[in-house]
Design a protein around this ligand. Structure first.
Ligand SMILES: NC(=O)c1ccc[n+]([C@@H]2O[C@H](COP(=O)([O-])OP(=O)(O)OC[C@H]3O[C@@H](n4cnc5c(N)ncnc54)[C@H](OP(=O)(O)O)[C@@H]3O)[C@@H](O)[C@H]2O)c1
Length: 334
């Protein structure tokens, strides 16, 4: 008989999560009520922010021991008493790390990827891609000719930032954590150059590439990269998108704040960005991104593993920064 396989928090991780922080539970498959549907997880997205929900530093509820960690999924509707969803529909929903979940439709979107593989609904054509699009076209006020610098440039968010920038006539420079990633960022994601944060002198190279500073700094990591760029490499009237702080997600306590003197000197604007506030731009995003994909303008990397039992290991891989591309677990065949 089918069971609902779940991953639960056995302990709140300290530092980089460990396998022992997670346990596996076989639960009953939930029963749906009128107005609900049952989704079976096909693909689970692993997103860096989930780590901070475990320490209560995210606006989502703090996870406690015994909870199922969060996670967006591509799910197949297997039972429905909801007027908008029927059996076999593919949706993106917040099921968490488990093989079945019930939804009343709140926050659910259809998995629409046109000619692109369905998994892109969790990556460049899903929440991460939408983050890049809505931040650039919204608060970053992207202009043709802008010079952009983006950290975690080979990831789902970062790679879309660079590609959208190029499509719109801006010039993007990426920062990534390996030679292999940097090569891909230039050859496939078509950024002008890419700096290796682990082996290169970022200060010197950013100074050479952007002598007048970046018009847009898309900050996906925080930490030393943020300190360096904010203090020395932003242009006058620059826009800074605080997208993510992955460099501190594994720390038990957040670091002390930066010295923001240069923000004032450069009349820069810092925007604390949350993709969920930009739902009004989703239709424009999908329409543009599907067209760009069909025109061969979008590349992406995925880091997919098969089997629910590999979820904790793959999450640890992501939180060590060892992933290359959108990190996904395949639970089942379509
Ligand atoms: N604001 C929003 O609404 C929103 C929405 C979605 C995502 N985000 C944020 O966007 C960022 C990227 O997300 P993603 O899903 O596209 O992930 P991702 O880039 O696929 O994976 C995270 C990457 O961060 C880099 N990294 C890890 N540890 C680091 C450290 N200590 N210092 C510097 N870099 C480190 C690694 O890349 P390298 O080794 O190549 O540097 C790693 O591959 C995350 O911070 C996420 O929280 C924000």
């Amino acid at each position: 008989m089918a069971v609902n396989k779940q991953i639960r928090l056995r302990a709140i991780p300290s530092g980089i999560p460990k396998l022992d922080d997670f346990s596996f539970v076989d639960a009953e498959i939930p029963v749906i009520q009128e107005g609900e549907f049952l989704g079976k997880t096909i693909y689970l997205a692993l997103d860096p922010y989930v780590r901070v929900t475990m320490t209560g530093r995210h606006f989502f509820n703090q996870e406690i021991v015994g909870d199922i960690p969060r996670g967006s999924t591509i799910s197949k509707v297997v039972q429905s008493k909801h007027s908008d969803y029927k059996e076999n529909d593919l949706v993106v929903m917040e099921s968490g790390m488990q093989s079945y979940a019930v939804s009343d439709g709140t926050g659910v979107v259809r998995a629409i990827t046109g000619s692109a593989p369905i998994t892109t609904a969790l990556g460049i054509l899903g929440m991460p891609g939408f983050t890049a699009y809505s931040a650039l076209m919204g608060p970053a006020c992207l202009n043709s000719g802008d010079k952009i610098i983006v950290s975690a440039a080979s990831g789902a968010v970062g790679s879309m930032v660079g590609q959208i920038a190029s499509i719109k006539g801006a010039i993007a420079i990426g920062i990534a954590g390996s030679e292999e990633k940097c090569e891909w960022v230039v050859s496939d994601a078509k950024m002008k150059s890419c700096l290796n944060r682990k082996t290169q002198n970022l200060d010197e190279l950013i100074g050479k590439a952007l002598p007048n500073g970046a018009d847009i700094f898309f900050d996906n990591t925080g930490g030393d990269i943020q300190k360096l760029i904010l203090s020395k490499h932003i242009a006058i009237n620059s826009r800074i998108i605080l997208s993510g702080l992955v460099s501190q997600y594994n720390s038990d306590t957040p670091p002390l704040g930066p010295n923001l003197g240069n923000i004032c000197k450069q009349r820069a604007t810092i925007f604390g960005f949350v993709v969920f506030d930009f739902e009004h731009m989703r239709e424009a995003f999908l329409s543009d991104a599907l067209q760009w994909y069909d025109q061969g303008l979008l590349s992406y990397k995925e880091d997919i593993i098969k089997g629910i039992e590999n979820t904790p290991q793959h999450f640890i891989h992501l939180m060590k920064g060892d992933n290359f591309g959108k990190t996904i677990v395949q639970f089942d065949d379509l």
